[in-house]
Design a protein around this ligand. Structure first.
Ligand SMILES: [Zn+2]
Length: 480
């Protein structure tokens, strides 16, 4: 039997670690800040990869691969980029026992090496747009590592595009944040707020950074994905130009966008409970577990009936496991499958077989039902759809209930002192106001949501910090 999972109420951070280690998603590695992703965790990451990869291809993006090692000088070619990343870069100084003339960076992100290469690939307007993605590992120094959320080496995808026009790059960056929203909401069942980052929170070297922000069960925000309009900065830094229709040299505009294994953290912290992992059916490597309840005398009959159900469900495209291990009680098995988050469990014993029924339980609500054997296929499929939407609705309700409009500075302080979630408040646009709140309350502007900043006439009302005329509506929160 697994050790007891710390309850969320007792210690939320320990609960998170307990879920990861006991559900065998990941493990600590010998090097501080690194992690081992175990098969159960990697299977979920693979499900994410498959779905996302299809979405990228739908958008016309092709996969490729660039090396991990980047000449350090590349990072220095774009000034904002080097300033933002240099504190986080890991460098290689020796090769084959000899000191290198120029140190190499373990990529913290790949804009520089990719734009260095784009110079060779882009010459004429016919070469544009260029839409690529790579599935890769990246490295960033991490002072306070946490499994999946902040690790020195992590897995991600990074998309990079090159365009002939500034608006095209801008629109593509916006398009990709919408693709991330679609993926995170529909597959991970995590509701998000889509918007643009403030100047101080944007990606080093970006003109605009767009983000999707989710609320975890402790009401903190988690940035689940970002997309950047990079303007002409990288094209300029790496001297990429193209010949336009008139034969003149024109600048090339860029976007980049990424999501990482951090999404695993978001997934765990959004849906799981004190019994273990809860997975949305679309992402669950195993969607249905069948636990036959037998003794030596009726083993053959019960297992045979269970096998028929398993193959019927598999034929319908469902991912099914038949747990026919011996030497464990049904109760022990139930707890194990709950721990690893299988959405639907079917139990059957001899009595069920005789009455033509089965017991079906759902992991999200714990509700058990006796159903007719002959309708198992339809019922389980409907149940999986229902669990997927129920998880989204629960998370959405939690986010809505913990988002509050805040009008002035005192109310903002009070809200966060009282363990508030998301504050929706006006902002003048001045970084000093943002900085003041960050220092005072450890609260940052998560983003300026698109849907709240569309008024053509501008925003009415005053800044929640300084009381001057507001320019934006912002979501403020503590974050991971
Ligand atoms: Zn202000």
């Amino acid at each position: 039997m697994a050790e007891k999972i710390t309850s969320r109420e007792a210690d939320y951070s320990q609960w998170y670690i307990d879920i990861i280690t006991q559900a065998q998603l990941a493990d600590y590695a010998p090097v501080k800040g690194c992690m081992v992703i175990r098969p159960r965790g990697y299977a979920i990451w693979e499900m994410m990869q498959r779905t996302l990869d299809d979405l990228f291809k739908r958008e016309g993006v092709e996969n490729c691969y660039f090396p991990t090692l980047i000449p350090y000088s590349f990072l220095q070619k774009e000034s904002d980029h080097v300033e933002g990343f240099s504190p986080e870069v890991l460098t290689v100084t020796h090769s084959g026992g000899k000191e290198l003339e120029e140190p190499l960076a373990l990529r913290p992100t790949s804009e520089t090496i990719i734009w260095h290469t784009f110079k060779k690939w882009v010459q004429s307007h016919r070469d544009l747009p260029l839409l690529i993605n790579q599935w890769a590992n990246v490295f960033r120094a991490e002072m306070r590592p946490r499994l999946f959320l902040r690790t020195v080496e992590f897995l991600w995808q990074e998309g990079h595009t090159a365009h002939a026009h500034a608006t095209e790059a801008h629109n593509f960056a916006k398009r990709m944040i919408e693709v991330y929203r679609e993926f995170v909401e529909e597959t991970l069942a995590i509701p998000v707020i889509v918007g643009v980052k403030s100047e101080s929170e944007k990606f080093p070297g970006a003109v605009h950074t767009f983000s999707i922000e989710a609320m975890m069960q402790d009401k903190k925000a988690l940035q689940a994905g970002t997309s950047h309009d990079l303007g002409e900065k990288f094209g300029h830094a790496f001297e990429v130009q193209f010949q336009n229709h008139l034969g003149e040299l024109s600048p090339v505009y860029a976007s980049s966008w990424g999501v990482s294994t951090r999404l695993m953290g978001a997934l765990i912290m959004t849906h799981s409970d004190d019994k273990g992992l809860v997975l949305p059916p679309k992402l669950a490597p195993t969607q249905v577990v069948i636990v036959p309840i037998f003794k030596a005398s009726n083993k053959e009959t019960v297992l045979h009936a269970a096998q028929l159900i398993a193959s019927e469900l598999k034929q319908q495209g469902l991912r099914v496991i038949l747990d026919d291990k011996e030497g464990y009680t049904p109760g022990w098995k139930f707890a194990q499958w709950e721990l690893v988050g299988v959405p639907v469990r079917i139990e059957l014993g001899e009595r069920d077989i005789n009455s033509g029924t089965l017991i079906v339980s759902r992991r999200d609500s714990g509700i058990k039902d006796t159903i007719q054997r002959e309708s198992v296929g339809t019922i389980v499929r409907d149940l999986l759809v229902d669990i997927q939407s129920n998880l989204f609705l629960l998370a959405k309700r939690r986010m809505d209930e913990n988002t509050q409009e805040i009008l002035d500075h005192d109310a903002l302080i009070h809200y966060f002192e009282q363990d508030g979630g998301f504050a929706l408040a006006n902002w003048c646009g001045d970084a000093l106001c943002e900085q003041q709140v960050k220092q005072q309350l450890k609260v940052t502007i998560r983003n300026l949501p698109f849907h709240l900043n569309e008024e053509v006439q501008g925003i009415s009302g005053t800044c929640v910090v300084c009381g001057e005329q507001a320019k934006h509506r912002a979501i403020w929160a503590k974050s991971y």
